[in-house]
Design a protein around this ligand. Structure first.
Ligand SMILES: C[S@@+](CC[C@H](N)C(=O)[O-])C[C@H]1O[C@@H](n2cnc3c(N)ncnc32)[C@H](O)[C@@H]1O
Length: 177
């Protein structure tokens, strides 16, 4: 049984999948994957030629995911994405970071940027999904959240499109130019 603290079921993922334009053979990093529900969707989209790194600092989540995803193209990893990981240089086509960014301190944002720049291929897409900076029936305190404008200011990646996701979320796309 999946735990409710993850974003699973809180929004329609179809428009997100459409915007991410994932193709067979890609390598995707689901950073702060939680229960890995998106990793499992990405896994099908990239097919057997592709792979998905499902990374989280919480070992119990990764242990559960390892059991669920045996013999698939998902590679569950216990790691901190704000520090150097075991991922190879220039190996990732798409980074997906869903409802994680608000947790990062200023120092962690800098660490996240460094690591993402190292592991991403040139022109890789960095997709950040956040809860809107408004009162919502769920989510972290509003002061921890970033509006799309604040998110763009806090990161030095090249900003691309902003997509509204259902009522309370947004997806901001960046490029690693
Ligand atoms: C609110 S949950 C979101 C999980 C999942 N992305 C989702 O949308 O359901 C935040 C996740 O980020 C993970 N996390 C927090 N800081 C992290 C870091 N520095 N590196 C990797 N994962 C981190 C937490 O352990 C937790 O699983």
């Amino acid at each position: 049984m999946r735990k409710r603290r993850f974003s699973e079921g809180l929004f329609d993922i179809e428009p997100i999948i459409k915007e991410l334009n994932i193709s067979c053979g890609q390598t995707i990093l689901d950073a702060g994957c939680g229960n890995g529900y998106m990793s499992q969707i990405f896994s099908k989209l990239v097919g057997s030629q592709g792979k998905v790194y499902a990374l989280d600092t919480e070992k119990p989540f990764i242990d559960d995911l390892k059991k669920e995803t045996k013999n698939t193209n998902i590679i569950p990893l216990v790691a901190d994405i704000t520090k150097k990981t075991e991922l190879e240089d220039s190996s990732i086509d798409l980074v997906y970071l869903s409802t994680v960014f608000h947790i990062f301190s200023k120092g962690q944002i800098a660490g996240f940027e460094n690591e993402i720049r190292r592991v991403c291929k040139k022109n890789a897409v960095i997709a950040i999904l956040n809860i809107e900076k408004e009162d919502t029936p769920f989510g972290p305190p509003v002061e921890m959240r970033s509006s799309p404008e604040e998110l763009i200011q806090k990161l030095s990646f090249s900003s691309d499109r902003l997509i509204e996701v259902d009522k309370h979320f947004y997806l901001q796309l960046f490029n690693n130019i």
